[in-house]
Design a protein around this ligand. Sequence first.
Ligand code: APR
Length: 243
Amino acid sequence: MSLPQHIVILTGAGVSAESGIDTFRSGANGGPSLWEQHRVEDVATPEAFVRDPDLVLRFYDMRRAAIQEKLPNAAHRALARLERAWPAKVPGGSVTLVTQNVDDLHRRAGSDNLIPMHGQHLSAWCTACDSRHAWTGPLIDRPPCPTCGTAALRPDIVWFGEVPYRMDDIHDAMARADLFVSIGTSGAVYPAAGFVRLAREIGAETLELNLDRSQGSAWFHDTRLGPATQIVPDWVDELLKTP
Ligand code: APR
């Protein structure tokens, strides 16, 4: 295969599992899965926020505090390395990293061309004036929005039933892609789960890197199974060494 010029990578919770952040559906790291303590409908829907805002804000305050103690792992770092190296390796080349994760670890590992399609824990969104703010502290005490002063900040997270962010940018990147790589996602949640089919339609090569086969595994040309901290750096090294 000739080297791809434009690479689009989709990541999910599996890429952060070895940083100590539980995945949603498998209870990785021997612990309970995130949703086991809370039903999804109780914390991650707009309806839940209307019904019991304190429960939802407390849940996300806890998550926001927890992720700040976690560190990027070798998989996050390898993807940042690939993004930096690719334009030098392939003239005009690009790596676009689309993540479903809200944990900030790709950014902290150094990925710049990053699309956090499900939002970010370290951001708060004012529903009164539609401004967004870098946020590390709690929201439970209803702090005023730094822009308009209204106490209307919510987690800047895409909840079930809401439209993921930057879908136009994702479709633009997908339309150019020669290679689509899915890493550490179960393929259970759309629209991300449908990206592999989109990639196939436009003729891109497709590769899955995951601990277990995802639900859409049959759509990929190739699948490599293993922990992300091993198989992602191995794949990046291999790609960068390919003449
Ligand atoms: N290395 C690689 N993959 C791993 C590892 C690991 N160490 N540990 C777990 N995995 C894989 C699992 O095999 C599984 O396929 O990561 C995947 C995690 O799947 P989910 O928990 O379903 O997470 P994800 O696909 O990111 O969920 C998508 O669902 O709840 C929503 O908005 C939330 O963004 C999330 C979306």
